[in-house]
Design a protein around this ligand. Sequence first.
Ligand code: MG
Length: 268
Amino acid sequence: MAVMERRVTLKSAAQIERMAVAGRLVAEVLDRVGAEIRPGVTTLELDALAHEMIRAAGATPSFIGVPGPAGAYRHALCISIDEEVVHGIPGRRAIAEGQIVSVDAGAIVDGWHGDAARTWVVGDVPEPVARLVEATRDAMLAGIAAAQPGNHIGDISAAVEDVALKHGYGVVRQFVGHGIGTEMHEEPQVTNFRSGHRGRRLEPGLCLAIEPMFTLGRHDVRVRPDGWTVETLDHSLAAHWEHTIAITPGGPRILTEHPARVPEAIGA
Ligand code: MG
């Protein structure tokens, strides 16, 4: 999710370890939910699975209770299909062959948040659609690789945007990445495009959610009357990937992934 509050906090090494516990739970939830994504499953069933896993771990879903224009959010996941970008509300609709399904999950463990999203393709999709999904993930990883101490927020934004520019994708501008810690949304914002500012210098202890949202069409989005679901104005397909990371003296550390699966290119 991507709504803003206004606080920058730096975390100690011990606090980052606690965030890694929350992050690992989020990774496990996304693994499990991803394994269940198939034609016929409803988004509410996926949400129930995630909710149960988070509760069973003694944790709390980050998204439940987040205030919105039509009342507080009531689900553990946001599930956004095809032209939906982010904040899709789980419900009775069933997933269908050929769709792209983005799942955003957040969990709080002992007061610390983890926040991550992945986009899956359901069965066969046209090659340009598969490429959108892959390139959005590549952009997230490029942004993470740029999150080195001494760099600036703007370096992350530029690395992400460059991937979109290469493919001609729309880069959603109304929703952006964010700081994260004991609040799901802290400062600074992390735009997925060059904002014209270098932004804050990256230093060890800064924890960020890096989350590109790319479209096959234009970047313009609107919020549906349900108060949550963000969709592309031109109904072009959209993909969304997100990791929570910590800046460490040795480089970025992905917190929302199993340590064994962190891509080598990101390592210090
Ligand atoms: Mg987020």
